[in-house]
Every structure is written in C-alpha cells, then in structure tokens.
Design a protein around this ligand. Structure first.
Ligand code: ATP
Length: 150
C-alpha cells in the first residue's frame, strides 16, 4: 500500500503521486514517513526532501514550510520547493554572489535586511549543494546551448 505525497509551494503543485516513503527535514530532525504513519503536523527546516518509489528516488529542495501527515497522505506546504532537476544553477549561483556581495557591503544599520540577505544566501547554498550532491551526472536544468545569453 503506497502513501500519497503532495508537495505544494506558494505558486504551484511541485509533486503529486503515490509513493513508498518520504524523507523530510523536520524541525526536530530528519523524518521518514511510511504508509500508515500516525497523524502529525510539523514545521520543516530548509533542506532536502526525498521521495522514494520502488527503486527510484526523486529529490526536492524546500526552503522551509510545514508538513501534515495522515496515514494515507503526506502534504508538504513549502515556502519554495523545486525538483533538483528544475533548479537553474546559474540563477542560484548569481543569487549566492549577490547575497555575498551585499553581506560584505553591509553597514550594520538594518538588521532585518541583514537577516533577509543571510536567508537568501542559505537558499542559494541549499540549491547549489543539492544539485551537486543529488543531480545525476550528465543531467542539466536546461539542454546545452539553450541558456539565456545574458
Ligand atoms: P532568486 O534571488 O534567484 O529569485 P530566491 O532564493 O530569492 O532566488 P525564492 O524566493 O526562494 O527565490 O523562490 C522564488 C521562486 O523561484 C520559487 O518558485 C522558487 O521555486 C523559484 N526559484 C528560486 N531559485 C531558483 C533556481 N535557482 N532554480 C529554479 N527555481 C528557483
């Protein structure tokens, strides 16, 4: 008996299917959810979600959110989530460089802004790390030669 898994971000349904297991970055540590799991509600840390179907595994990045577990369904509500194959490395690299530059230039005046830049740096690091760790060799977010020219 499988368990339904839905990963929803603020703007779209990122993943929806019957699966065998979902591994999530729960607030209290990594959580492995199998079919028939007891109901629970937890916040999620920024990190990687792994979804197992047979001998296949799909990997997603999520920048925090919540998970609701029922015995027959896992619903992830993420701030932002992407399949690692959808991640645009160039965009994440640019986001990282932008955040690093802003942190260097930071004058100490605006704490809220500082925290936002730090969060942007963490998001871009997560995406780049997840791609290098989990994307299968040879796969790219876009075919060679199809990138933007900028
Ligand atoms: P950027 O500065 O490049 O916009 P960000 O960290 O500020 O990055 P988020 O606010 O986390 O972006 O996400 C906004 C939307 O863009 C979400 O739908 C997210 O899935 C998507 N997104 C962000 N970065 C990437 C990326 N590198 N590749 C693919 N999708 C991305």
């Amino acid at each position: 008996m499988p368990i339904r898994c839905e990963i929803v971000s603020q703007d779209r349904i990122v993943f929806e299917d019957d699966v065998d297991m979902v591994i999530l970055p729960g607030a209290m540590g990594e959580m492995g959810i199998l079919p028939g799991h007891a109901p629970l509600l937890s916040s999620l840390k920024m990190g990687v979600i792994r979804v197992k179907r047979g001998d296949q595994e799909e990997v997603f990045t999520a920048t925090g959110g919540f998970v609701e577990v029922q015995p027959d369904i896992v619903t992830v509500m993420a701030d932002a989530a992407e399949n690692i194959d959808e991640i645009d490395e160039e965009r994440a690299q640019k986001a990282m460089e932008r955040a690093e530059k802003l942190l260097e230039e930071y004058s100490g005046a605006d704490t809220e802004n500082y925290l936002q830049i730090q969060a942007a740096l963490r998001r871009s690091n997560l995406r780049l790390k997840a791609v290098s760790q989990f994307r299968k060799r040879g796969q790219r977010s876009r075919p060679p030669g199809m990138g933007r020219s900028e």
